[in-house]
Design a protein around this ligand. Structure first.
Ligand code: ATP
Ligand code: MG
Length: 257
């Protein structure tokens, strides 16, 4: 099992979209994929055709002292998903206190699933530091920071680097920290400049450039992934290429490990 945590310091940059689309792309490329929604917004399921009223998820399973197996659902691409689930405010508080005091909560649940060794686990997280991001960073073999190609997003990168430093860099099973620049608009000079700056600063750690593409928003309005809604769109092509690069890096790392 390799755990890929998708994070950002800033909200609304496209973490959930990227997590879902990468999961579909990786599954279609033949990988065994499980994706978990660690965000109380519970929005990831929409990208997998999960009904908005579906109650099951990792929050309820944990509170009911069940394994995550009871909340695993299969999607059209073959990727498996565990939504956050629907809980009332009291239960969300109880769940977060439970998670806060157990640094190995997530790893324990994932290990208990007994997943095949080659499984890729993708984690969607809420923006900024939280009990959820802490769990995701603590468990991650690979961190993927999503940013927009603008100044506000770029300015938050040092904060993410500090968090990765704190929770990941001292672990021997941690592989690397990648960056995905999302919603790149090549008609805007600033967007091109920030993208170049990211590439100059982080080199091939910029594992993906995803262009702004209307079909991403339209796909969600149709309860679909953009990979299903418009497989040949710019965003679908960008995401497929990013998934391939992630797979290649993981395979290269497995050879030297
Ligand atoms: N490449 C893209 N092109 C066009 N729109 C996009 C793209 N990526 C994401 N979006 C849109 O941007 C909005 C925010 O995306 P998303 O919800 O994935 O961000 P997020 O980082 O998960 O947000 P949050 O921090 O609230 O969890 C959505 O409306 C989504 O459809
Ligand atoms: Mg999100």
């Amino acid at each position: 099992m390799k755990i890929i945590s998708v994070v950002s310091a800033k909200g609304g940059v496209g973490k959930t979209t990227v997590t879902a689309t990468l999961a579909h792309a990786l599954a279609r490329q033949g990988a065994r994929v499980l994706v978990l929604d660690l965000d109380p917004q519970n929005a990831l399921g929409l990208h997998f055709g999960i009904h908005p009223n579906e109650q099951r998820g990792l929050s309820r399973a944990t509170l009911a002292q069940q394994t995550l197996r009871s909340a695993v659902m299969e999607s059209s691409s073959g990727a498996f998903i565990v939504p956050y689930g629907i809980v009332n405010e009291d239960d969300r508080g109880r769940f977060e206190r439970h998670v806060e005091t157990r640094p190995d909560w997530l790893l324990g649940h994932l290990n208990s699933l007994g997943l095949p060794q080659d499984t890729l686990v993708l984690l969607d997280t809420p923006p900024g530091p939280s009990v959820y991001m802490k769990q995701a960073l603590h468990a991650a073999n690979l961190v993927t920071v999503v940013t927009l190609s603008d100044a506000a997003s770029y300015a938050t990168i040092p904060m993410m680097q500090r968090l990765v430093q704190t929770y990941c860099l001292n672990r021997p099973n941690f592989i690397d920290c990648f960056y995905i620049v999302n919603q790149v608009d090549t008609s805007l000079q600033l967007s091109k400049d920030v993208t170049h700056l990211m590439q100059e600063t982080f080199g091939d750690r910029v594992i993906g450039i995803v262009h702004r593409d209307q079909s991403v928003c339209e796909a969600l309005a149709h309860d679909k992934s953009v990979m299903d809604y418009e497989p040949d769109s710019q965003a679908s092509n960008d995401m497929r290429a990013t998934a391939e690069r992630i797979n290649q890096r993981l395979q290269a790392q497995a050879l030297v490990a």
